[in-house]
Write a protein that binds this ligand. Structure first.
Ligand SMILES: *Cc1c(COP(=O)(O)O)cnc(C)c1O
Length: 241
């Protein structure tokens, strides 16, 4: 665990790194950051643009039981409309104008259309059964792994709640726990032929090995089955590459 000193104003982190494929925090990492920030008086900021309302209704805070001082949200909370949001403790937010000295404003801040869409999204996700979604994702992950390994490759398909990563490898390999380990797997050239063969079969995955897979409540059993079937041929293409 790195130590901080009093020159550090804040630590901003994705609680589950989902922009380097999927790298989950090792046990105690987030609590360690919380403790270190408290020790030196720094703010802990969670970038929950991806994890918010996806790991759990209460996001990473609920999922890991670690409370940051500030949160940022975006993308999914707007249901397709352009929106971003941030939140935090009353103590921190009272620094913002007009209550406090920190100026915050923007042309589209509080835009009625985007905020209406956001309010609707929140009402739709609050009853979502995240346990059920997680189970679907875990089953899908084992299916994908099995399909890819049937073609002679190895697959690391980590899940964290409903978040799903996918690394392809020619050798058996451990689940990455940091960016350096993730980078080796993302840059090994196997994802490109895999992606293109999936696309040729009608399955549009993210067009880069650093992205993750987003499973939603709208996905059906048929969607999972078909994706797994297509993954066999895609993995064969990657193995030949
Ligand atoms: C997309 C993304 C952002 C940037 O969000 P913008 O609304 O485009 O500024 C920040 N953090 C994470 C984790 C993201 O995935």
């Amino acid at each position: 665990m790195p130590t901080l000193d009093e020159t550090v104003a804040c630590v901003i982190v994705e609680p589950v790194a989902a922009n380097m494929n999927l790298v989950a925090p090792v046990a105690g990492f987030l609590q360690g950051l919380r403790d270190e920030c408290d020790r030196v008086g720094a703010l802990l900021i969670f970038d929950e643009v991806i994890t918010g309302f996806r790991l759990a209704f209460g996001g990473a805070e609920e999922y890991f039981g670690v409370t940051p001082d500030l949160w940022c949200f975006g993308k999914v909370i707007g249901g397709g409309l352009p929106v971003g949001a941030f939140g935090g403790s009353a103590k921190v937010l009272s620094s913002l104008a007009p209550l406090g000295p920190v100026y915050q404003a923007g042309t589209l801040s509080g835009n009625p259309l985007a905020t209406a869409a956001g309010a609707k999204v929140l009402s739709l996700v609050s009853p979502v059964d995240y346990t059920d979604l997680t189970k679907k994702v875990e089953d899908f992950a084992s299916g994908l792994r099995y399909a890819i390994e049937s073609a002679g490759l190895f697959a690391v398909v980590p899940t964290e709640g409903p978040l799903l990563g996918l690394y392809l490898s020619r050798e058996e390999t451990a689940t990455p726990t940091n960016f350096d380990e993730a980078k080796v797997l993302c840059d090994n050239g196997l994802y490109r032929p895999f992606f293109h063969e999936m696309l040729a079969q009608g399955i549009a995955l993210a067009p880069g090995a650093y992205e993750i897979l987003f499973v939603s409540m709208a996905h059906t059993e048929d969607n999972f089955t078909r994706t797994i079937e297509c993954a066999v041929r895609a993995a064969q293409a990657a193995a030949r590459s």
